[in-house]
Design a protein around this ligand. Structure first.
Ligand code: SAH
Length: 329
């Protein structure tokens, strides 16, 4: 919901200031529509129903995985695709994966969103509306900006959405922003005061390989990006998660694990090894054995490393995949 529009609509109707808080509290608790907001006068609910769209997004496609993962493809008012995912875990955790842009201007070779045309930055309303959609289904408690787009290129809107997420039940400590290594954004995150987790998509242990699969590395090479992550650690005292997608024969060899471990201070970094979700790219995911061996090498070097659970593989839940298919089909 466009909260600026809500605020001005209420002001112009001469409503007292607390009406805004009432309406937002209903939204944040997962109200289904204006009608549900029973402590707002009925004529006001009707007026809001006419003047303020309940969401800036409409659902165009949904896919439910056998593991409970729910992926939703939305469309903005100007017809841009936006994806978001709800992951439901056995321990009760409910984690959202949100998009910050429609499409992505970066062109990482293994990523389905990177192959799409870039649309535009999403507004704060379009970001929070993804989360509100899932809040209407049930409680939510974690959030990662690992959907479409590069959050650091739209940081103001992402942070404005982060300021609202606690009202939905997602604290900033349970929120992570994942970046390709957009160094100025990492510094900006270090300088603000929210305890948001930083995740860095590294995917390669040296500049030669990283530039091959992530063109952005030519602009911000590894040493510069890790220096920015170090500054973030110094300022926020929270470990950076290194995301490392396991690509067979590309970045999964023993020497590459050794080289990766040599880059990272175990006090400041923890590695998440991500099984690759095939996305129509030329890459194949590493075998389970290769992933485990890579993790063991990192751990032998004293670095914390875990293999990320694959979720929603049967519904193409990796970044950009649902939108890419819908656009192609
Ligand atoms: N632009 C940001 C956030 C979006 S991508 C970033 O790059 O961090 C979120 C994560 O999903 C990134 O680590 C990205 O490299 C990874 N990813 C992209 N395509 C994938 C795929 N097919 N399988 C597994 N992970 C993928």
């Amino acid at each position: 919901m466009d909260l600026d529009l809500l605020r001005t609509t209420l002001e112009q109707a001469g409503e007292p200031g607390y009406r805004f808080d009432q309406a937002w509290a209903w939204q944040a608790r997962g109200a289904a529509d204006w009608k549900a907001m029973s402590d707002l006068p009925a004529p006001l609910r009707a007026k809001l129903g006419e003047s303020v769209p309940f969401s800036t997004l409409t659902v165009t496609n949904e896919a439910l995985s056998t593991d409970g993962t729910l992926k939703v493809l939305f469309e903005t008012a100007d017809g841009r695709p936006v994806e978001a995912v709800l992951m439901r875990y056995r321990d009760g955790r409910r984690s959202l994966c949100l998009s910050s842009q429609s499409g992505c201007p970066l062109t990482c070779t293994f990523c389905a969103t990177g192959a799409m045309k870039f649309g535009r930055n999403l507004t704060t309303a379009e970001i929070i509306d993804q989360a509100l959609h899932f809040r209407r289904i049930g409680k939510v408690d974690h959030c990662v900006f690992m959907g479409m787009g590069e959050p650091m290129m739209n940081l103001d809107s992402v942070l404005a959405a982060c300021a609202l997420l606690p009202d939905l039940g997602i604290t900033n400590r349970r929120t992570a922003i994942s970046t390709v290594g957009w160094a100025p954004g990492i510094d900006a995150l270090a300088q603000q005061s929210r305890p948001i987790r930083l995740a860095l998509s590294l995917h390669a242990p040296n500049d030669a390989l990283r530039s091959e699969i992530m063109a952005v590395n030519d602009r911000y090479p590894i040493s510069e990006v890790l220096a920015a992550c170090d500054r973030h650690y110094e300022s926020r005292r929270r470990m950076t998660f290194i995301e490392y997608v396991m690509l067979a024969g590309v970045n999964d060899r023993y020497e590459q694990a050794v080289e990766l471990a040599s880059l990272l201070d175990p006090k400041k970094y923890k590695v998440n090894l991500i099984p690759y979700n095939p996305s129509g790219s030329p890459y194949e995911g590493s075998s389970r054995g290769a992933i485990d061996a890579f993790r063991d090498t990192l751990e032998a070097a004293g670095l914390g490393a875990t293999v990320r659970l694959t979720r929603g593989r049967d519904i193409d839940a990796a970044c950009g995949q649902l939108a890419a298919k819908a656009l192609a089909g």
